[in-house]
Design a binder for this molecule. Structure first.
Ligand code: TAP
Length: 481
């Protein structure tokens, strides 16, 4: 599959060979080159946006059931080829094949979810201030969407935008991360196979500062749907040269509170999963854990044991490994930096702390799941987004203190709480200043509920009906009867 996708762009329903500079793509587990993509030129970006614009009127006005059927077809062809698509993802991103397959199936689920939502685009008739008129409020698709996505979930983060946009009647130009372009191009192949009309979906590749920025500045994109770091999100907001809709799903620095009334075994299991899955390269990864002092040492010992038990391996040759290679040198180096900073400031290393030993790990970006205890808020691990397999733990004495520490961050994406006490659940979950609060579980995002951050974690929502609303304009039609 990679041979067919190398060097391609997907414009107006067809794969075309890009004429720009080739950019090599590496396997982060072996550092071998697996293919190359092209830096899309302004002319190619213009062609993609023009194709989306040309396709827009027919797609926007097609019966909702036609768009729904197209999304159902897309979900089916993606699920049918999940194994091959998962291997492509693992080769460029590093996560184990089984986990990548799960992500591809989630993409298929998003297609079916938004196919069902597409036929429920209702308006409203509102009585107003005169007896002989009424107000009709209808939803109309915004137009051409530029979607810019990161490398940590190369399929799902495209899927939420693609499916919400298409269900609403928008057309889209996708710019995937330079590190993980092939998953996006594999999705484009499925768009073609599902016979979604030409121009409705387009993919252009290349660096964010050139190709992503060109979509942001393009006079004919009506909305930018972005997922990535808060720094780039802010840059997009500042440099967007004209008024257009922006949704920004940005960084996180997610806390977990474990009280003395928690099921400790469940809390440890949840913490190990949400701190280390995908190497912690998740916007909703648990970065920092506050544990009530009476259960603190037991929790640290349990989490260290759980971290040590996770298997780290090349996720392609060992598809069922818990953790594969990190996606690139950048998050690996940041993890090492945050670890050194914590240890220098007095943290205690409880698990991990170095690269795994052995020939298989000689080249790739591997790091062992790492737990540091006795942390405080002078340490980067507690105050910045690490985006790596590192979690900090800190004791607390009063619940108010745990809430204050949890909210002591510019971010507001997801938070986690473990307690069996109903009063604690009610009290704490309402006081955590986050878009998502998961209580006694670590699955902060589900397809049919809105998912979004506050503060520096962004504006707008994905998932759920709210995720589709991002792609509509509301129109008020006042009719005199
Ligand atoms: P970024 O460096 O922000 O990159 C994200 C995307 O933006 C990439 O496609 C990147 O392109 C592109 N980009 C970079 N500069 C740009 C510019 N000037 N104009 C337009 N596009 C530009 O983030 P990342 O390192 O890939 O991803 C990690 C970050 O994403 C973390 O902070 C994480 O928390 C966040 N994230 C948030 C969420 C949600 S739902 N809130 C989900 C996942 C990840 P290139 O990389 O190709 O240059």
């Amino acid at each position: 599959m990679l041979d067919q996708l190398s060097g391609k762009l997907f414009i107006d329903g067809d794969f075309v060979t890009g004429r720009g500079r080739p950019i090599p793509v590496e396997n982060p587990a072996t550092l071998e080159e697996i293919g190359s993509i092209t830096l899309a030129s302004q002319e190619e970006i213009d062609a993609a946006v023009a194709a989306a614009r040309k396709a827009f009127p027919d797609w926007a006005t097609a019966p909702a059931k036609v768009r729904a059927a197209a999304l159902h077809r897309l979900g089916e062809v993606i699920a049918a080829d999940a194994d091959a698509m998962a291997k492509v993802m693992t080769l460029e991103q590093g996560k184990p094949v089984n986990e990548a397959r799960g992500e591809i199936l989630k993409l298929a689920e998003a297609c079916h979810f938004y196919a069902e939502e597409a036929v429920r685009v209702h308006g409203e008739i509102i009585p107003n201030d005169t007896t002989d008129s009424e107000s009709h409020v209808v939803r109309e698709p915004i137009g051409v969407v530029g979607a810019i996505t990161p490398w940590n979930y190369p399929a799902e983060l495209i899927g939420w935008k693609l499916c919400g946009a298409l269900a609403a009647g928008c057309t889209i130009v996708i710019k995937p991360a330079e590190l993980t372009p092939f998953t996006a191009l594999a999705i484009a192949a499925k768009v073609k196979e599902a016979k979604i009309p030409a121009g409705v979906v387009n993919v252009v590749t290349g660096s964010g500062s050139v190709v992503g920025q060109a979509l942001v500045e393009h006079p004919d994109t009506d909305k930018i749907a972005f997922t990535g770091s808060s720094a780039v999100g802010l840059h997009i907001q500042k440099t967007c040269p004209r008024i257009k809709r922006l949704s920004l799903e940005l960084g996180g620095n997610c806390p977990m509170i474990v009280t003395a009334k928690a099921d400790l075994a469940a809390a440890i299991k949840g913490a190990a999963r949400r701190s280390f899955r995908n190497n912690g390269q998740i916007c909703i990864a648990i970065n920092r854990i506050y544990v009530e002092r009476s259960v603190y040492e037991a929790f640290v010992a349990g989490l260290a044991k759980a971290a040590d038990a996770l298997t780290v391996a090349n996720g392609f040759t060992q598809p069922d490994a818990d953790i594969g290679a990190m996606a690139s040198a950048e998050p690996l180096n940041k993890t090492i930096d945050h670890l050194k900073d914590a240890l220098a400031k007095g943290a205690r290393l409880a698990a991990g702390g170095d690269r795994p030993q052995g020939e298989a790990f000689a080249k790739g970006y591997f790091f062992r799941p790492t737990v540091v205890a006795d942390c405080d808020h002078t340490m980067k691990v507690m105050t910045e987004e690490t985006f790596g397999p590192l979690v900090g733990v800190m004791p607390f004495d009063r619940l108010e203190e745990a809430v204050k520490l949890s909210n002591d961050t510019p971010y507001g994406l997801a938070s986690y709480l473990y307690t069996q006490d109903a009063a604690e659940i009610r009290h704490l979950s309402r006081r955590l200043d986050y878009g998502n609060v998961a209580v006694n579980n670590v699955d902060a995002g589900v397809m049919n509920a809105p998912y979004g951050g506050r503060k520096q974690s962004g504006v707008g929502y994905e998932h759920g009906r709210e995720g589709m609303l991002e792609y509509f304009n509301f129109k008020h039609i006042r009719i005199r009867l």
